[in-house]
Ligand binder design. Sequence first.
Ligand SMILES: [Zn+2]
Length: 380
Amino acid sequence: MTSLADQIAARVAGLFLKGTGDDRTRRKFRSAHPKKGEWTIVAAVVAVNEETPADLRVLSIGTGMKVMPDAKIKEKSHGRMVHDCHAEILALRAFNGWLIEECKDLSEDNPMLERTDQGISLRREWKFALYVSELPCGDCSMSNVVHDMEQKGEDTTPWTNYDTEGIHSADSRGRGGFSQLGMVRTKPGRPDSPLSLSKSCSDKISVRQFDGGLLNCISSLLVLPEGFHIKYLVVPRAEARRNSDDLHRCFHTRFGEVPTWFRPIEIVSTDVNFPFSRRDGDIVIDKDPSHLSLVYCCHFCDVLVQGVKDGTAKKGSRPVEKRDQSFVSRASLSELVKPVIDARGSYVNTFKNSERKLRKEELQKTLGHWTKTYDDDFAL
Ligand SMILES: [Zn+2]
């Protein structure tokens, strides 16, 4: 019998290859496929019905591995750029877009959500998996860093940490100081590329074991949190084996004592290979990274370049226009929720000053060196 992890990986790869939805959406899927000689990462949030094992639903998909430099966001975003276009983060954002849209007009026969006296809740039989076609960047894949350098015949002396203005000297940029384990890292990037303080996917996913899991600051105002956490992280088997200590440390032991609201992620592995991967088991194939990102849920779909819709990125400091933003930008998501929540004033003051945020900050303090990124505030 095919394992759950293999079923999930095969379903996501098939959906990405064939596309879904109307003709326009299918065209977007095709245009987001890596070109010949390119690779990408795909991630997806998949709902698993634990009472009906064959019932899996791919709720959101994200692809890509780009991140916007902080300076660009400050200059032109005003809530309209997607800061972090790594596949996992896009899939999580798209999941929240899906959830907000579902809540707006919730019917009684919705298969996953139901209205109760306390509010909208997840039907008990549903659990969630996050599938990623390559291990998330950062602490959970540190053995990959050395492995990949050895494969390419590169010098495996760790890069030193970067004492760049605005970063704590102990912060590790990307794979800098890769012999130091368990620490918060920023997104990988060449040491000469523009700076992003955006945290690695390892860090962003692992703290979601504490703070409402899949929900973001907007969707957490719409639904009851119970059940909305990542139960399974589905990753390729060869990588899970090579990085097994890293995965255990990153998601579990580095937090020390955990509170009762900790929802541990279970790592499960698959033998199904994603056709656009740069890896084949232990072999790393020499390909260029695709610069495109797809972000999809059944209500919306965008192809992104430089944090905005493909073909709309402007040179210089011209601000991003409303029509150029993706449905997963913070300005779009807060617009989506307006018919349900009376949101006015500043985005940060409305959505970010919650108990949830305080809990998250407490956790970030525990991990240390969680340098704050630019607020990117705007008027709702
Ligand atoms: Zn990442």
